[in-house]
Design a binder for this molecule. Structure first.
Ligand code: 13P
Ligand code: SF4
Length: 317
């Protein structure tokens, strides 16, 4: 049953959004109730595009810190709020600026492409940003002889390398959610549901990608389930995306792929799930926690993100 308190939070959030000219941007990995009150729901690329072009004075990010930082970099004059400052990312944490500078120095003459799942400092060291929606196309948009550094996700990097055949040196980072899917459990589920299609995010490990019927970013997985004629899917990404899949095609069945660690049994991102309705209410009310990025870093980090947005627009992504 929905409590009175929850209903009050929702109506106050709606009122304050109008009063303060604020918008809520939510990633697909947020809980369904948060996705439903957001002004815009999307994957990392769509959220960056939206952060770069909107008329709000305040952007409240229902997502994790690197996403809120990206919004601040793209819209430095706006106030950017993240309802829980501890909403980090294991993948972004796996690439520290000091170590990455050394990696770039050890691999000179390469174009540095980094996934948006990085800190603002890492973006400031990069030539082009990318997301899982456009990584292959961004690499392919460069001249064939151009040598590349790809960071921080080794699985996405490996996927891009296989798709493009380019000369790529890959940083050894991972996302603890996508790396944890159990190949054995997915195979067992597939045996029990023979008609199901296995759909996989490219941040997953190679053995899981190898048994996929389809590989794509969260928005690509969503689009696939919309147009594909199957009735059942085993979904190997954070299960928050299933909320949108059910909204599009409620008659279909979506089975979340299980992780190797059976004590929890679910593959939710603990960082994404730190954001709650109550925290959104408090953040809008107090206009805190606010995300601020050093001005020099903003200037340097704008270049790779803008380059990504320009290439994506040119390619119609
Ligand atoms: P996309 O939004 O690009 O699919 O990335 C998934 C992810 O792990 C975001 O944290
Ligand atoms: Fe980071 Fe992985 Fe969580 Fe995405 S799902 S925010 S990459 S830890």
């Amino acid at each position: 049953m929905i409590s009175q308190k929850f209903t009050d939070f929702v109506s106050e959030i709606k009122r304050m959004k109008k009063e303060k000219n604020a918008i809520i941007l939510a990633h697909y990995y947020q809980t369904g109730d948060i996705q439903d009150i957001a002004d815009f729901v999307g994957d990392s690329l769509a959220l960056s595009q939206k952060a770069a072009s909107n008329n709000a004075d305040i952007i409240l990010f229902a997502g994790v810190k690197f996403m809120a930082e990206t919004a601040k970099i793209l819209a430095p004059d706006k106030k950017v709020l993240l309802p829980d400052i501890n909403a980090g990312c294991s993948l972004a944490d796996s690439c520290k600026a000091k170590d990455f500078k050394k990696f770039i120095n050890d691999n000179p003459g390469r174009t540095v492409i980094t996934y948006v799942n990085t800190t603002a400092e890492i973006k400031a060291l990069s030539d082009i940003s990318c997301t899982s929606s456009n990584a292959v196309q961004i690499v392919n948009s460069l001249p064939p002889e151009e040598k590349i550094i790809f960071a921080p996700d080794r699985n996405l990097g490996n996927y891009v390398l296989n798709k493009t055949g380019r000369d790529i040196v890959i940083w050894n980072g991972t996302c603890h959610v996508h790396e944890e899917f159990s190949l054995e459990a997915i195979i067992k589920l597939k045996e029990e549901n023979k008609e199901a299609k296995v759909i996989v995010h490219p941040e997953c490990e190679l053995p899981v990608r190898m048994i996929a019927d389809f590989i794509g970013s969260t928005s690509a997985l969503l689009s696939f389930t919309k147009i594909d004629p199957s009735d059942c899917y085993i979904v190997a990404t954070e299960p928050g995306i299933i909320h949108q899949m059910k909204k599009e095609n409620p008659q279909k069945t979506y089975i979340p792929a299980p992780p190797r660690d059976s004590t929890c049994g679910c593959s939710e991102c603990n960082f994404m799930k730190l954001i709650t309705m109550e925290k959104i209410y408090r953040a809008l009310k107090t206009e805190k926690p606010e995300i601020n990025v050093n001005k020099k870093i903003i200037t340097a980090a704008q270049k790779p993100i803008q380059r990504m947005l320009e290439i994506s627009e040119r390619l119609g992504l």
